[in-house]
Design a protein around this ligand. Sequence first.
Ligand code: GLU
Length: 470
Amino acid sequence: MSEIRVRIPPSPTGLLHVGTVRTALYNYLFAKKHKGKIVFRFEDTDKERSKKEYEEDILSGLKNLGLSYDEGVFYQSKRTEIYKKYLEVLLEEGKAYKCFCTKEELEKKREEQIKNKLPPRHECCCCDNQDRKGDFVVRFKVSKNKDIIFDDLVRGKVKISSNEIADFVIAKSMTEPLYNYCVVVDDYEMKISHIIRGEDGISNTPKQIMIYEAFNWNIPQFAHLPLILNQDKSKLSKRKNRVSVDAFLEDGILPDALLNFLALLGWNTSDEKEIFTLDELIQEFDLKNVHKGGAVFDEKKLLWINGLYIRNKSTEELKKLVIPYLKKANIDYMKHGEDFFTKALKSTQERMKKLSEAPELLAFFFKEDLDYPVDFFEHEKMGVTQDVAKKALKEAINAISNLEEITQETTEEVLVAKIKELGWKNGQLLWPIRVALSGEKFSPGVFELLEIFGRNESLKRINKGLEILA
Ligand code: GLU
């Protein structure tokens, strides 16, 4: 096989979208796997909708995710001369023509077609009259009665009759070329071997193939990736889902976890493995395993994957990641020293699904005066009434006061012995202590909390619990 060359060609008309990342990722994986090259270009011919700030967001977003490229950045807006040169070739060879039809003329024709029950499509005789003066657009001349066939690497053989395609505009003027045409010129000039893009691009493919043929250029291979869908199977939209990569990263989704999740949107290995490093993805990725059907964007799955990645971080690494969130929430996380912070964080790591949950999970550790409703102490199933809770807290004070050292092991030993002695269920003693220590219904386990808080703070909190129960 000759050199593999793919492209990442976003239009900078919005913030970096998860769909763009999924497509970029598949291109990246395919190129890396086959030791190929990745070309990056901005398709910014739409001057009104293309914005510098979107370009910056897309570039920095891909960089943060670790998706690099080998060549570029190219800008279509800076390549007008190149497009013009090839337009002249097409005009000269009669493969495209200047169309001078005015709006009124086109409208009239349309009405006639509708009246005669014909499908409305462009037809004119401008190609026979190229010397007419005035404004014109450039139309590609579509040959009739021809099948356009391509072998899509995902969808298989696709066939469409050229009779379904009317002569289409490829430039609004000699210096205003349009998307379908620019893409072909770029992909040719940039020697692209594989065009891997979203399924929404498939309707453009026959037109693009005709342009390749008009120039006698080699046609690259196409692979159209399945659409990304909302939970209700509609096309992924901003309205129903978060779609900007910034929004996910700000919310504390880890870049690696997001990539792992996006890789699974439309692809899997035969063994249904779900957790991959980027290197493993490169090893395993194969266009053959890309699905034809749409892929549902399931945020719950994303959180599940993200939780796994958080658990796999060392607590030191996680510390650096959560500090900005704690600062923003005004949590004085160094109040009891570094060691306390590390242990507190470690105790919540298991339950953290995204970094933005850190303030909520950690706040109670640093609160001076806990305040919570008394009914937090009650737990019907475990047989905890307020009276049981009071007794439990008093027993806890005794047990802890007498311990020489407060560790998970020593506290577990005395409290378990106490449970036996009282003939209670575990929860009757442990639930109230845990509530008093955390002021929360859900928190890390009681022995872990006792060790983290140490004797003084633990006793202070348990006493406060008794006040609340009084
Ligand atoms: N610029 C197009 C987009 O952002 C890419 C289409 C293509 O890959 O040909 O959707």
